[in-house]
Design a protein around this ligand. Structure first.
Ligand code: AMP
Ligand code: ZN
Length: 114
């Protein structure tokens, strides 16, 4: 989508610290990290949120989690623990309208489950 920030990051129209890329997804460092490790994983395809995931997108969602695991090892948080989070819609705290998964780790995270 032409006016989407994360589409522009995926297409390298806006600079970001990309740490992984393949044909389906891109991972880059969050510009405003809230933990020592804060990485965002996005599908290259413009999906707004979890609400818009279709059966045809199952491969990309699977890829996001298998790469999240690899990056957790690469960034040294696999053993200490981490969180993979996706915010959905207004009450979910979603600010950017392109599906993204946060990897957060490197410190003890408070539970935010309600
Ligand atoms: P959310 O609240 O789940 O929509 O999270 C959006 C995330 O995108 C926040 O953690 C922001 O810090 C991050 N963000 C916004 N703009 C950029 C950017 N240009 N590069 C990297 N991360 C960004
Ligand atoms: Zn987009």
């Amino acid at each position: 989508m032409s006016d989407c920030l994360f589409c522009k990051i995926a297409q390298k129209e806006i600079p970001s610290e990309i740490i992984y890329e393949d044909e389906l997804i891109v991972a880059f460092k969050d510009i405003n990290p809230v933990a020592p490790v804060h990485i965002l994983l996005i599908p290259k395809k413009h999906l707004i949120s979890v609400n818009n995931i279709m059966e045809e997108d199952e491969a990309v969602i699977g890829r996001i989690f298998s790469v999240a695991k690899e990056l957790a090892h690469q960034f040294g948080i696999a053993e200490s623990g981490y969180r993979v989070v996706t915010n959905t819609g207004t009450d979910g705290g979603q600010v950017i309208g392109h599906l993204h998964f946060h990897i957060l780790g490197g410190k003890a995270l408070r539970s935010e489950l309600g």
